[in-house]
Design a protein. Structure first.
Length: 247
């Protein structure tokens, strides 16, 4: 987490990759957190990002092992730590794995599947999700229509929905049946439910939506619901994907 500025203490702990903000707030209220040697019990207490923070029972933040994980997310899981409606979350895939706290890097909605990243390195996560510099995301989307060339062009041109311009960077047909088809759609930004909203604006329904790649990183042989650590080369490549591609 870059130095400079102040934030609520719970947010600072979360940004350092120690835990979720909810867990941080719980630790603070329980009296387990000291900032620059002073016990703090208010999760919203303004805290310098570079402050010395000690959590009882945990190693110093600087000693936390950085982890970078990819998951092949199954359909039906929500991308959140805990769900107020009691629905299963993506963290079910990590049950019993003994991983440190990891935050999702971006999101996939409940009905969507495929490649989802997790890390406890907030600076790396910010680089990967940056709309200016982050890598492209590639999706395979089954739709309830057969699209001609003009329809594909309209998806590239985009629409304005709720004040946001939504467009596909690239789109092509992969294959078609008698009533539906599969498209490959590439995005260079990650607006909320962007593909579903873009297609709906053109009267096209989504039957399945699978993220198959982030930059050069693909699902490969990963089984649905399984996860693996990224290699050091993959970690580095994702953080500099856009600058390398646009050079």
């Amino acid at each position: 987490m870059p130095d400079g500025g102040t934030h609520g203490l719970a947010r600072v702990l979360s940004k350092r990759g120690l835990c979720s903000r909810t867990q941080a707030a719980r630790w603070i209220v329980e009296g387990r957190v000291r900032v620059d040697g002073r016990l703090v019990r208010d999760p919203e207490s303004r805290t310098r990002t570079e402050a010395a923070i000690v959590v009882e029972g945990l190693e110093a933040a600087a000693a936390v092992e950085r982890r970078y994980v990819m998951l092949d997310k199954p359909r039906g899981l929500v991308t959140t730590t805990a769900d107020e409606q009691g629905r299963d979350t993506v963290y079910r895939a990590f049950d019993g794995a003994g991983l440190p706290w990891l935050a999702p890097v971006g999101r996939l909605d409940k009905a969507s599947e495929g490649l989802l990243l997790f890390t406890n390195d907030p600076a790396w996560a910010a680089a990967v999700t940056s709309p200016e510099h982050g890598p492209d995301k590639t999706y395979h989307v089954q739709v309830d229509a057969l699209l001609d060339t003009a329809a594909l062009d309209r998806l590239r041109e985009g629409v304005v929905d709720a004040g946001e311009h939504l467009a596909a960077k690239h789109v092509r047909e992969l294959r078609r049946g008698t009533r539906n088809s599969w498209l490959e759609i590439v995005l260079d930004e990650g607006r909320n439910r962007q593909i579903r909203r873009l297609l709906a604006a053109h009267g096209i329904g989504v039957l399945r939506l699978v993220r198959v790649a982030i930059g050069a990183l693909t699902l490969g042989a990963l089984v649905r619901g399984a996860w693996r650590d990224l290699t050091a080369e993959e970690v580095a490549a994702l953080a500099q994907a856009r600058s390398a591609r646009d050079a």
